[in-house]
Structures are given as C-alpha cells and as structure tokens.
Design a protein around this ligand. Structure first.
Ligand code: ZN
Length: 97
C-alpha cells in the first residue's frame, strides 16, 4: 500500500446540523421544539405535514409516509442519490486516519 494511501469513509460527525442543512435545501422548519414542522418536499403538500427531529434531522411525513433517520437519508431520497454520493455531497465523506 502506498504511503500516501488514504481510506475514505462516511463520517457522521461531518454531517451538517439539521438547522443548516434544511435551510440550505430551502425547507423552512416551523416551531421551536425538538420536533419541527415543514412543508413536505416528497409530495404536493399544502399544510406542513413533515415532522423533523431538530437534533438529528430524522423526519417523517404524516401525509405521504416519507421517512428517514438523518439529513443523509433525506438528501438521498430528495435527490435520488445513493449513500456514498449523498455523503460526499454533504461533506461527510472524510479520510479515515
Ligand atoms: Zn409527504
């Protein structure tokens, strides 16, 4: 293995905070609690049906059932990306020491 070989892998700690992530995606989070409401981008939403857990980015839509455990899952579903692609897009693909 060459000396400059670096292994890259998903690093959860590099994921953006849900507040920054959803703002960047143009998804406005409403409310102030641990769970926030938003218009769901996965269906034609007219009232905020999407519930977002503010600390982790976990989400669930009460209308269409879209759900996931973090901003990475959200990004994959919204943009049709696979895991590594989404991790790279979010800057959460880093060198393993
Ligand atoms: Zn929905």
């Amino acid at each position: 293995m060459p000396a400059n070989f670096k292994e890259f892998a998903f690093n959860r700690h590099l994921l953006p905070h849900p507040a920054d992530y959803f703002a960047g995606e143009g998804v406005k989070l409403l409310g102030n609690g641990r769970w926030r409401d938003a218009l769901c981008p996965f269906h034609k939403d007219t009232k905020p049906s999407l519930r977002v857990f503010f600390e982790s980015g976990a989400f669930r839509c009460m209308a269409c059932g879209a759900h996931g455990g973090d901003v990475l899952a959200f990004h994959m579903q919204r943009h049709g990306m696979w895991f590594v692609e989404a991790a790279k897009a979010l800057g959460a693909w880093g060198a393993v020491r």
